[in-house]
Design a protein around this ligand. Structure first.
Ligand code: COA
Length: 147
């Protein structure tokens, strides 16, 4: 969807899993990306997923869960450099998805800063929540305070 269009860009982020790495590696090593981003091995991506001080996210279309790209960040607050966005890459560019993904990332960081964590939900659980409270669009995350 083109930036400036009236239609919302239904992007959300979810943690990258092992099963996503074929998608991540194919995107990262595609010739279109080579001038812009570094190329990691599968093990380097696994390391970023596993490390406490790194985050690895799939950028997906909220309406159907289609993978659109990925984002990697480092938490370097202890060194005084805040949250460093190491890499963001999208399969289809210039449609406003990059800015929507960055907005979602920043929103998540703000909630996380006060103790919220993602609650992964099945479609049935999500439908149950929206029936209990008010309906909300598919790109909205459900979060709770970590205990
Ligand atoms: C960088 C990237 C993530 C941006 O996502 P996107 O969905 O293409 O960007 P958006 O459509 O949200 O556009 C945001 C702004 O980025 C800039 N932009 C987007 N695509 C661009 C392109 N092909 N060339 C130059 N600038 C571009 C524009 O300034 C745009 O703002 P504008 O529409 O007001 O002019 C994406 O283009 C990408 O994957 N690029 C290759 C990898 C890369 O360079 N990653 C960043 C370094 S790690």
């Amino acid at each position: 969807m083109a930036p400036g269009s009236a239609a919302p860009i239904d992007v959300r982020l979810r943690r990258t899993a092992e099963a996503d790495l074929d998608f991540v590696l194919a995107l990262e090593h595609h010739p279109d990306q080579l001038p812009f981003i570094g190329q990691w091995t599968r093990d380097e991506h696994r390391d970023a997923i596993a490390r406490e001080d790194r985050e690895h996210w799939i950028i997906e279309r909220a309406s159907d869960g289609m993978s659109l790209g990925y984002l990697i960040s480092y938490d370097v607050r202890a060194a005084g450099y805040g949250i460093y966005i190491k890499r963001i890459a999208l399969a289809e560019k210039s449609r406003g998805v990059g800015r929507a993904a960055l907005r979602a990332f920043i929103d998540q960081r703000a909630y996380a800063a006060v103790g919220f964590v993602d609650v992964p939900l099945t479609p049935a659980e999500r439908a149950d929540i929206t029936a209990t409270v008010d309906p909300f669009p598919p790109e909205c995350l459900v979060m709770r305070i970590a205990r």
